[in-house]
Ligand binder design. Sequence first.
Ligand code: RB5
Length: 145
Amino acid sequence: MKIAIGNDHAATDLKNEIMEYLTQKGHEVINFGTDTKESCHYPIYGEKVARAVAAGEADCGVLICGTGVGISIAANKVKGIRAAVCSEPVTARLVKEHNNANIIAFGARIVGAETARAIVDAYLSAEFAGGRHQSRIDMISALEK
Ligand code: RB5
């Protein structure tokens, strides 16, 4: 898969670990995040990943900041984006199955590397269930109009 990844200064180390993990698994990872630990503004990176996913330049996105919250709020302002914060793998699977989340987010100050790897694995191996869930996503999309 083609995966867009983005992060702020709070998540540079975890971003690097997850990039390496995904690359080893055969994914193509496009890095939109900061590569330093110098204080920066997470909306910049949330927007970059969201725009790449919304434009179809990436199949999905991974966003990491301190909590995963600020960067996902920013991403969710871009039309067509459903970014979901997950701190464990069950939610990561369900946000794909039920919400067809096209971006997963988590916090480098909340989860360690092992949990982060389990989160991306659960998300990437899940499939959208469709059916009644599609109607609910259609309702969310209607809010963007
Ligand atoms: C940066 O200090 C921090 O506010 C940011 O990484 C994130 O947690 C915001 O939601």
